[in-house]
Write a protein that binds this ligand. Sequence first.
Ligand code: ANZ
Ligand code: ZN
Length: 826
Amino acid sequence: EARYNFKEIEPKWQRRWEASDLYRVTEDSDKPKFYCLEMFPYPSGNLHMGHVRNYSIGDVVARFKRMQGYNVLHPMGWDAFGLPAENAAIHRGIPPAEWTWSNIANMRRQLHAMGISYDWDREVATCHPNYYRWTQWLFLQMYKHGLAYRKKAAVNWCPSCATVLANEQVVDGACERCHTPVIRKDLEQWFFRITDYAERLLSDLQKLPGWPEKVKIMQENWIGKSTGAEVIFRVEGSDEEIPVFTTRPDTLYGVTYMVLAPEHPLVMKLAAGKPQEKEVAGFVQAARYLSDLDRTATEKEKEGVFTGAYAINPVNNERVPIWIANYVLMEYGTGAVMGVPAHDQRDFEFARKYNLPVKVVIQPQGQELDGATMTAAYVEDGIMVNSGPFNGLPNREGIGKVTAYLESIGKGKARVNYRLRDWLISRQRYWGAPIPMIYCDRCGLVPVPEEDLPVILPEGVEFKPTGESPLKNCPEFVNTTCPRCGGPAQRETDTMDTFVCSSWYFLRYTSPHSQERAFERDKVDYWMNVDQYIGGVEHAILHLMYARFFTKALYDFGLVGVEEPFQNLLTQGMVLKDGSKMSKSKGNIVSPEEIIDRYGADTARLFILFAAPPERDLEWSDQGVKGCYRFLNRVWRLVAAYAGAVRQAGGSPAFEKPADRELWRLLHATIKKVTEDIEQRFNFNTAISAIMELVNGCYRYQDAVPANEQNLPLMGEVLRKLVTLLAPFAPHIAEELWQGLGGRESVHLEPWPAYDPGALVEQEVTLVVQINGKVRDRVQVPAGLPEEEVEKLILKREKVASLLAGQQVVKVIVVPDKLVNVVARR
Ligand code: ANZ
Ligand code: ZN
């Protein structure tokens, strides 16, 4: 028999599947649909093991569901805009488009070599005009509905990349990409009003039981809902009012100072003409060079200056000094804080540092706190004191009562606040979807008419890392005519954050060729939601939040009928080597291509699925890979040994022999286990070990039963089912073996095997028990019970034991499944 030659069979089947459109799908109302989606990759140039893991997991789900009778949509595409392409242009002079498209070609070839069951007809690339045209169109819808707007904003600026970063791209105060400390800069920027959706993004997490709890918690924290009150303080000697946001209106009588963010618009007004003016201006200047994170880090020294002005506490008319400090952020709440040092730790540290009074207004039960001597803020619950009419109230009750009182005197109201900020989507970069807006001297801001889309990215642009969009140096692009008045006008030169492109790609897959629309409503209605989404946990916040926001906005525009895009989410673990993440800098990368070349795609897939459950991190092991390769060879030899004979031996697998029955039982137990492991828990690793057990069982049968007594119809049935179970994991070898066993159509069109619960019951037989040749007892035992087991069981029986009392057992003779004779002597 021929040996397992993956080099021949893998490309062969890839070609045939492709030629027969095996994975093409159309909407079919007779079948239940299943939309299986893996996060599309950035075309960096080569697949890495993380991709292999992601797509192998997705492929098992897709193939399994297809075999279960679902109409499965399983598409793939490219998240193709972004910085690396532009850096390649800057550093190596390769045009971003060329770099990107050649990377796509290479990675597409690598994906083909893995044998993943994609409907390639639906491939999309976000950098293609047929795609970004619709990204631009969606921007215009956002604009039309008031969800896209422009404003001057203090933005995170990376001096090294010379670009604006979203809050999410700032990690520990530094640029996520190059680790340069981020500074603040005021620029006109485009935003999406995601904050309008904060409450729905939060409460709808409850509609997602199929998401990992940890991801939902991360989203919840990111949205960061706080409930409390807005309190209005008046500025002494002026009619300026300063609202503050507080989660603790119950501590209002304990305010001893007020703090504004350095960027607060009132700051210089308050300090004007005061002796402090110069110092205040200097402090404001310095704060611009600190990121939000640096400013609020708890270990960061709290620093501030007095403005020289005072505010009036609305409930007791006390006069409190107004400070500015680095720990108050302009973007949160109102950009102003009431300082309650007795009950807030940051305020406490600030007050001690600058000798501001500490006034206790919440007393713990049975303990007397003294503001002058306390060493930390008291942040727990207690009874209100020094709080006028509210004295004696438990502080939790006080929260509502004080808020109601403020409302009654027109000095405040209940308020909810979110940490979530609007989404800054403009980038001063070339390689992205141009924002389709025009500036006209006469008409102002004018959207590009929908029929003029796409606004095409011009080629041959010059790249200089200036911090301005390279499109600015491109007069053919910039200069245009106003769509409204026909006069001279300029195009917006900023491009969109690539997260915009990836916020709707799952919709484009449903109708990727549409020239009329971003997506066809009837197709979206048929396919959405994504039934299973699979990707890295690093996208738990950004991508998943933005895609949820887009879906909700499109729902509100009447463009889609679902409010959530992803019904179930699986976040896969990392692939590690020697205990740490594979990375270029560590030099511990195992290249997928090399593994596929050495062992084949089926081995690579099998290993990565077998080595760990999908959500856990996976440790790369060369031994493990070899083990999987050996296993596939073992399957190959087993099937090869029987293929010819079982093809001839038709008939149904009737049988009586215990060994036959045991093999039959094992087959059905395996089907049950593999089905449940895939379906209920994505436990591909244990599913694969069950298949390995079945292979062992077949070899045991081959060894134990003489060749002429082997049940070929039974063996044929077992091997066909075995190969079917293996198909989602190792699709090429399964297909080859299936054909060898006489399969006519593709194994991937086979229905998923059902198990027979009846077969799982181990059958029983009646054993006759003799003592010294005389029948003394009868006993029911499982068929095929081994001799030692039978002996143990018989001698333990009460009746037999009492008959043997005082005798010595000389030997026990077992005739399997029929009779036991105990020979005993006094
Ligand atoms: C007075 C007070 C007393 C506060 C007390 C807390 C405890 P979360 O829960 O994160 O929403 N705060 C408000 N706006 C701020 C800003 N722009 N920058 C920095 N801090 C700000 O926190 C809300 C609390 O954070 C608010 O409640 C305010 O301090 C502070 F015993 O007001 B609190
Ligand atoms: Zn105009």
